[in-house]
Design a protein around this ligand. Structure first.
Ligand SMILES: [Zn+2]
Length: 544
């Protein structure tokens, strides 16, 4: 039992905005009273629900591919030495599994969503997720280019497609559905892409990216999944792509969806020399579309490594930069590309990208619908979130940073004109309460009675001026795991998974098809529930 006293509590989900009050904890949850609980003096500190990362890449084949392709990053990374309590590991751009847990918890984040899992490598992904300590986890399975689903939509059999999706979610022991460049990654296996939403996907005569998007969104809703379709739109990263992004939202026709790393989808201009920010136009449109949430995918200057299922985009990035490139075609499901990258403030394109992420966070008026991410490690590493929080909260600092950009870049952005400053309560919404709500994790992102006791306590006025870098305490599931910024106790995180209702006879359809087109045994494909060490299963019913 714990009793946190004297701290200023920020709990926007429950309308608490900087009120000094006690927070009591018993049996891993927030309770009304905890008589005789160990007191934690939080005087002079702020008390917040633990952070929730709605879109990050921390486990699975793509991460190991990146670690292997860029050994120079690994050698230069921060070292975590073995202690009686902690495992050794590497920080840096693609931290190793144990270090990932230490770094997230060490910043006050207690739940993460691994946003891209091919079913074919789900087993390995869960093994790595298990090795990420402390934080709770969810994962999204890649479905936007799944050829079983594409073939069924081509044949006009959306009903069977729904059963296949349900079966695949449970096979992958996933929490939700992600679609990356729908149709484009399937086309990439023929060296093509899907640049328009309305033309048939390469190899098909009927099914288009628009059909894939609207059908998947509809299926996710019909299956009653807690998180909406998680969408990486077509034409990521290229000038003029804002039109595709807006067209994508129109294709959804009011169905719920989460738009991933919106920064990479908000550009105007005809080519790289004329690329400019279109965040004002996109934010204005987004503000009216109440069915949508998004995460920022903000960019920070410095080193990064790009990891995405968007194979054609990665090839283009390789051609643009001349940097090394790795590609994986994941059988009938998806793809994967890796390219190391450096965001430079003197580079016009990078300067626009840096501004656009912040602009979207400032121009989207409802903090409950836009969340803080860097699409780690694509736009920057998650452990640099405090730098973005400072830029959002301190307008003078931000404007001074804008003035350092090349004059040409300043003409193509609107960031210098924006005066909004985030309040601490709004920061809690975009880093915890909002993502928890979007993920449908009702026990996360708040400090009301019954919530998981995931609490971060920071000095109100940190010595270095940077909030969130140095938690005085982090409590995970009622246990103190971080003290004075150091990991003191290592707990096992849980994994939330969803079991959607599905016609079990779908296996009779799937098995012979699978044996015809996949290179592994059908028996080796689904992940057994027993392989997950601390699963928490939520069953959902289908409606149609
Ligand atoms: Zn991503």
């Amino acid at each position: 039992m714990l009793r946190i006293t004297g701290g200023k509590v920020y709990d926007p989900a429950n309308g608490v905005d900087g009120v000094v009050k006690d927070i009591c904890i018993a049996d891993g949850r927030i309770v009304d009273q905890a008589e005789g609980g160990r007191p934690i003096d939080a005087t002079g500190m702020i008390v917040l629900p633990g952070g929730v990362d709605v879109h990050t890449h921390v486990a699975g084949g793509a991460l190991n591919f990146a670690r292997g392709l860029v050994p120079e990053n690994q050698r230069a990374a921060r070292k975590f030495l073995h202690t009686p309590e902690l495992r050794s590991g590497l920080g840096g751009m693609t931290p190793t599994t144990f270090a990932t847990g230490y770094l997230y918890a060490g910043m006050g984040w207690t739940t993460v969503n691994e946003a891209a899992v091919p079913i074919l490598s789900a087993r390995h992904t869960h093994e790595e997720l298990h090795d990420i300590p402390i934080v709770d986890k969810t994962s999204l399975v890649l479905m936007g280019n799944n050829e079983f689903v594409l073939d069924l939509l081509e044949a006009g059999d959306a009903e069977r497609a729904q059963h296949i999706v349900a079966w695949l979610i449970w096979a992958a022991k996933a929490y939700g559905v992600k679609a990356v460049n729908p149709g484009g990654v399937a086309a990439w296996k023929w060296g093509k892409d899907a640049k328009t939403l309305s033309e048939p996907i390469e190899g098909y005569s009927r099914v288009t990216p628009a059909m894939m998007i609207s059908n998947l969104a509809q299926i996710v809703d019909a299956l009653g999944l807690p998180h909406p379709l998680h969408l990486h739109c077509n034409n990521l990263g290229v000038p003029g792509n804002v039109d595709t992004t807006i067209e994508t939202t129109n294709v959804l026709e009011g169905r719920r969806a989460h738009l991933a790393h919106l920064q990479f989808h908000a550009y105007g201009g005809e080519d790289w020399s004329t690329m400019r920010s279109e965040s004002a136009r996109l934010a204005e449109h987004f503000n009216r579309q109440k069915n949508l949430t998004a995460d920022a995918g903000a960019v920070l200057f410095g080193d990064a490594v790009t990891i995405t299922a968007d194979g054609p985009w990665q090839h283009l990035l390789h051609e643009l930069t001349g940097r090394k490139w790795g590609n994986l075609d994941v059988e009938n499901e998806t793809g994967c590309g890796i390219v190391p990258y450096v965001y430079k403030d003197r580079n016009l394109v990078n300067a626009v990208q840096w501004a656009v992420g912040l602009e979207l966070l400032l121009l989207i008026d409802d903090p409950w619908r836009i969340f803080l991410t860097t699409d780690h490690p694509n736009g920057g590493c998650f452990w640099r979130y405090p730098e973005i929080i400072r830029l959002l909260m301190d307008v003078e600092f931000r404007k001074a940073e804008v003035k350092k950009l090349p004059a040409k870049a300043q003409e193509r952005i609107v960031l210098g004109d924006l005066d909004r400053q985030y309040t601490l309560s709004e920061i809690v919404i975009i880093t915890s309460a909002g993502p928890a709500r979007s993920l449908g994790l009702t026990q996360k992102g708040h400090l009301g009675v019954g919530a998981d006791a995931d609490v971060a306590i920071y000095p109100e006025k940190p010595d270095d001026g940077l909030l969130f870098t140095y938690p005085r305490y982090v409590i995970k599931g009622g246990q103190i795991v971080v003290e004075e910024g150091e990991v003191r106790a290592v707990t096992e995180g849980r994994e939330f998974i969803v079991h959607p209702e599905c016609d079990e006879t779908i296996e009779e359809y799937l098995r012979p098809l699978f044996e015809k087109v996949y290179t592994i045994s059908f028996e080796n494909y689904p992940v057994d529930l027993e392989r997950l060490r601390r699963p928490e299963v939520r069953a959902t019913g289908a409606r149609r």
